[in-house]
Design a protein. Sequence first.
Length: 631
Amino acid sequence: MAYLRILPSLKSSTSVFSNRNKIQNNPTDTSLEEAHTLTITQQITWDLTELFPSITDPKVNQAIAEATTLADAFEKANRGKITQLSAEGLLRCLRDFEVFEAKFSDISLFSSLSFSADMTLPQTQALNDRVNKLEAQIAKQLAFYSLELGSLVKSKPQIIQEQALVNYRHVLERVHRRVEHQLSEVEEQLIIEKDQFGVNAWEELQSKWLNTRLFDVTVLGEKKTLSYGEANGLLPHRDRVTRESANKAIYGLLGKDGEVFSAALRSICNDWVTVSKRRKYASPMESSLISNDTQEGIIGNLLKTIEEGAGAYRRYLKLKAKLMDLPVIGNHDLLAPLPGATELKFTYQEAQNLVTQAYSRLDPQYATAVKEMFQKHHLDATPRFGKRNGAFCAGYYNGKSAYILQSFNGSLTDVFTLAHELGHATHDWYAARNQTLLNMNTPSTVAETASIFGELLLTDLLLDGTKSDEKRKALLCMVLDEAGMTTFQVTARVRFEQALYNSIGQGEFLNYKTICNHWTKSRDRIYGNAVTWFPEMEAEWTMKPHYYMANYRFYNYPYVYAQMFVYALYTLYLQEGKAFVPKLVKALSAGGSVSPLEIGEIVGLNVAAPDFWNGGLKVFERLIADLEKIV
Ligand SMILES: [Zn+2]
């Protein structure tokens, strides 16, 4: 059921909280030349009726009952029999499993979307809890399926090559890779049972803390008490003093409870070390390498290339200091807009038009999914209390579509987030039309292809429509800020996570200060002396949800991979023009049916080549050179 899991976006909600009383009244303008003020606050909420009429509708209970019946029937037909199946028998079994998963996906999606939209409503909490429990129960009931499937491909690996199973060949190859690490059925069941209120509860504790605390921030001289989402939204505020206040309020309060976060993270990491040993993983990262369908050598190469290329990022940060008239930038300037630049505000309609146009410029057909998402009202964009923080796109397989959640406050960053999430929706759109459900499970290395590509399409649309050097500077800085975070800071986060496990391996106790030390060391290897940090920033790691994700370690590096891969891809598009489009569509349509290596081959890129990642870095360097020309 990995396809249904909603991963927290790496992008934190960076939208501006302050007064949304501005409008830009030329919705078809593609440039940054016209920024006006907004007088209307639109309510953009998603329409989930395609899934279920309402949360209290009898169809909800009916779907739960049907999914339960299908799970029972699947168990009855297959338990104890899979290891003996012929290729044709296995084909039937895989198809039956897809039928069950498709049925369950609707209710699972509906409950998680309803809960994400408002986590404070008793009925969304109750349904979410009920479906989570059901999911855990069914996962336990059907644990035999992956165990027996594993035994089958382990004892008869030649079955993977049978013509009857051609649609599932890569799925089975991945099962084969994981099978060495599977435990017995009872052990797997016990892990699921104990994790539900064990390691999963540590994950929940961290998110509950963030969503229930209030932060005292001085906003443009006025004292305010804000929720985490609101305070976090002030981090890229145009006023430097406000940014300082928000940073210190957030990370100061997080740091006060540093030992609580340390207890959570320490438990999650140590739990993983224990589980990794039981499962015979060579390293705490191996499970993630298998999940991401990639190899240690490729990732090692990637991280090394980024660290060696961090000088380019520092060169940019020094350039930004110059643009901000500072000797050195502070950590609160990393995502800050340039001073004096006009604050750009967009209505939701304008954002919709810009993103649609950016996608259409590549190819009109390529924008179909984007247009459909708006027509079907599959987006929830209005900020509200109790709404899940950040942004995500969740695939809707049965509807051959997706749902997007974000908190849109009208900033340029919000427009980019929209372009990003609609890239995921586009990927889902192509994959759902060409793949069966088991092939929809794309690893994160590949899952970010269309989303990052969409951001680059938007960047070029905006740069082409902007004549003013000041605005080009502001836009290039914003793009480089984001790219710098995703590529370089995220590499620091990977090194941090590696350091935690090395530390545990050496018998070190991970208390708050020890964890902070690991973070600041990993961070400083990337940033050197190009940034000064508030002391509170040692607690920066405490707020990242992905460090706490139970049984999902090393969430970070696929994003670095994706960024560098898509940069290389975009260079190809610039070289090849329209001839590139069918290759991109083919790569997206493949979903998870082939490996990331083969996805690269579809478009003519070899990610295993030792110098491959340098190609992506060159795009980053070219953007800096563009900026240097106008500074
Ligand atoms: Zn994404």
